[in-house]
Design a protein around this ligand. Structure first.
Ligand SMILES: Cc1ncc(COP(=O)(O)O)c(C=O)c1O
Length: 402
């Protein structure tokens, strides 16, 4: 995932004997495996709102935003206060052993806040990949079917089902197979790279002919705006067609909103831009302002399919993260962060589009709300073949300005 930390001040000379970025990085290389790649050898010392300071005293604007986790900024005072208050009460009981009201009320809030006024239920987990795993478990338990369909270029996490669903081999799947079976991919509709909505739907029909009977498919999972894939928003007509196909074959539609949720696209959820509803939604990242919390929210009847004990985890619904999430929801509401994301995104897109007059290599400026990308063409001024359905890796430069 390409993000940028932009230095915004000159470094303060490191105190004698103080750790430097280079010294810590040398220790990292010796102590930690290279598979955990890092974006920048800039070691964080502290952070506040949109800024971050490294161990050498340099100040940065943090465009990384913890990979879409900090829609409310670093250490929002309300979030810090909520965590502090919870620290004074208890930090862990294991929700499945001794539950607490704050998790129940957060589920109630998410059931109301997510798209659709139908009866919903929410289960909490820890990471985004875990939410994806559990959404598939729930879909399979509810439909008693094995198959799952995902999109080329989609990203759904680094666990085994997450990798299987991810529609991008390098670097996420290289060397890690075999993956769970009954997972299939169709190309994502990205007109810029020559895949129309009709092409994507034709591929789905072909899949049903060649690889799996639609009546054996439990779910279609997709990101309403592909994040890692290059900030490609799924066209409304594609979402409508998928909803129709799901309804005709009894397939569940899962919206992976782990990256798009909580105001980033200018609405609470990217599915709020569409006129069809998902059956299940996964959430994580900005849900809890920097603490590890994820969730699956969906139709109550579907969510109740797994038997007691089938869902959960030792740290699922961690009380500190639940407290943080309540504060995050308050802040998004009270500080009108959806409107703010829309305004920032509009401003950014306006500036990027103005640049097109002098930078002909810009082949596209796109995005919903503050989830904005600018894509550059190749030397021949044609869009680079960055579609994951083609051979070369994505070259979209993503601007994560939440
Ligand atoms: C759309 C989407 N799904 C799932 C994940 C996996 O989340 P996590 O890294 O918390 O496991 C990510 C992470 O970037 C994501 O963007």
């Amino acid at each position: 995932m390409t993000t940028a930390l932009a230095p915004s001040s000159r470094p303060v000379a490191a105190a004698a004997g103080a750790a430097t970025n280079a010294a810590i990085d040398a220790r990292r290389v010796a102590a930690m495996p290279r598979g955990v790649g890092i974006g920048f050898a800039v070691y964080a010392q502290r952070a506040l709102n949109a800024e971050l300071w490294d161990v050498e005293g340099r100040r940065y604007i943090d465009f990384g935003a913890g990979i879409a986790v900090l829609n409310t900024g670093h250490r929002h005072p309300r979030v810090v206060e909520a965590i502090r208050a919870q620290l004074d009460r208890f930090t862990h009981t294991a929700y499945q052993v001794v539950p607490y009201e704050s998790a129940v009320s957060l589920a109630e809030r998410l059931n109301k806040r997510t798209p659709g006024s139908h009866a919903k239920k929410t289960a909490f987990f820890t990471t985004g990949a875990e939410a994806v795993e559990n959404a598939i478990k729930i879909a399979r338990a509810a439909t008693r079917r094995p198959g799952v369909i995902a999109l080329g270029g989609g990203f759904h996490g680094r666990t085994f089902m997450g990798m299987a669903l991810t529609g991008k081999v390098a670097p996420y799947k290289t060397g890690f197979g075999p993956f769970p079976g009954s997972v299939f991919h169709v190309p994502a509709p990205v007109a810029l790279h020559g895949v129309s909505v009709e092409d994507a739907l034709r591929a789905l029909v072909q899949l049903f002919k060649a690889d799996i009977d639609p009546e054996s498919v439990a779910a279609i999972i997709l990101e309403p705006v592909q994040g890692e894939g290059g900030f490609y928003a799924m066209p409304p007509e594609f979402m409508r067609a998928l909803r129709r196909i799901c309804d005709s074959y009894g397939i569940l539609l899962i919206a992976d909103e782990i990256q798009t949720g909580f105001g980033r696209t200018g609405r609470w959820f990217a599915m709020d831009h569409h006129d069809v509803l998902p059956d299940l939604m996964t959430m994580a990242k900005s849900l809890a302002g920097g603490t590890p919390l994820s969730a699956v929210c969906g139709r109550a009847d579907i969510m109740d399919a797994p038997a007691p004990g089938g869902l959960g985890g030792t740290y699922a619904a961690n009380p500190l993260a639940i407290a943080a999430a309540h504060a995050v929801l308050d802040v998004i509401e009270e500080e009108k962060l959806c409107e703010r994301a829309q305004a920032l995104g509009d401003r950014l897109k306006g500036r990027l589009n103005a640049l097109r007059a002098t930078v002909p290599q810009i082949s596209d400026v796109r995005g919903l709300g503050a989830m904005v990308a600018v894509e550059f063409a190749g030397a021949d001024a044609r869009p680079t073949p960055s579609s994951p359905n083609r051979s070369r890796p994505a070259r979209a430069m993503r601007a994560c300005c939440c």
